[in-house]
Design a protein around this ligand. Structure first.
Ligand SMILES: CC(C)(COP(=O)(O)OP(=O)(O)OC[C@H]1O[C@@H](n2cnc3c(N)ncnc32)[C@H](O)[C@@H]1OP(=O)(O)O)[C@@H](O)C(=O)NCCC(=O)NCCS
Length: 180
């Protein structure tokens, strides 16, 4: 467990003992631990991640999965916005990916989520793909997905963002430094 700069917020990796309250947090945010991405049902209830807490209360959560050399961020939620929680969680996941020698971090958000597009782009993620009308497909699996999202924007497309993690060799070819 580590403290943030202000010494109030704690961040911890999810372990088995946390599973019940982490799942309760996910359900509170999303009504279910099941989400549909890439036309597949994913269960956040078994995903790895980090959470922030204030005493016993979970105040933020990031979940991810790893496949080969790639991490996919599955969810990021902050209950205490504009206090550094989201950045702390995102940096923990990026640190985990770097420490694990992964090459790419990707995530999907939806076309209505302009705050998330802003948040991730300001933190080194780049827009790489639009999966047009992906939500139409997702509604065939999960009909309760609404037709409109944030600010009443039609909820239609999945937008893929990525951060490449690369090892850059020096001219001597020995020393390596990690760059975005
Ligand atoms: C996107 C989200 C995770 C951001 O979480 P957050 O806790 O507000 O994130 P942070 O506090 O780290 O950063 C948000 C802004 O607050 C600012 N901020 C941080 N601490 C601050 C403080 N003490 N005072 C004023 N501003 C502050 C940050 O600089 C940042 O602004 P910037 O992007 O212009 O740099 C959050 O809005 C959220 O949960 N959204 C809903 C779910 C969602 O859409 N998730 C993402 C899609 S998967």
């Amino acid at each position: 467990m580590t403290d943030d700069k202000a010494g109030q917020m704690k961040i911890r990796p999810i372990d088995q003992a946390d599973r019940g309250r982490v799942d309760a947090f996910i359900v509170r945010q999303w009504y279910t631990t099941q989400m549909v991405v890439h036309g597949q049902v994913l269960d956040l209830g078994s995903a790895d991640g980090f959470y922030t807490c204030d005493g016993d209360e979970i105040t933020g959560l990031i979940t991810y999965r790893v496949s080969g050399k790639e991490m996919e961020i599955l969810s990021l939620d902050s209950l205490r916005e504009r206090r550094g929680t989201g950045t702390l969680l995102l940096n923990a996941a990026i640190g985990k990916a770097r420490d694990s020698g992964l090459e790419r971090i990707m995530l999907i958000t939806t076309n209505d989520n302009l705050p998330a597009l802003r948040f991730y782009q300001k933190r080194g993620f780049d827009l790489v793909r639009i999966h047009r009308n992906a939500l139409e497909q997702a509604r065939k699996i999960k009909p309760e997905i609404p037709l409109t999202g944030m600010d009443s924007i039609p909820l239609r497309h999945e937008i893929e963002l990525e951060m490449m993690l690369k090892e850059e060799k020096t001219e001597a070819g020995n020393d390596q430094s990690t760059v975005l």
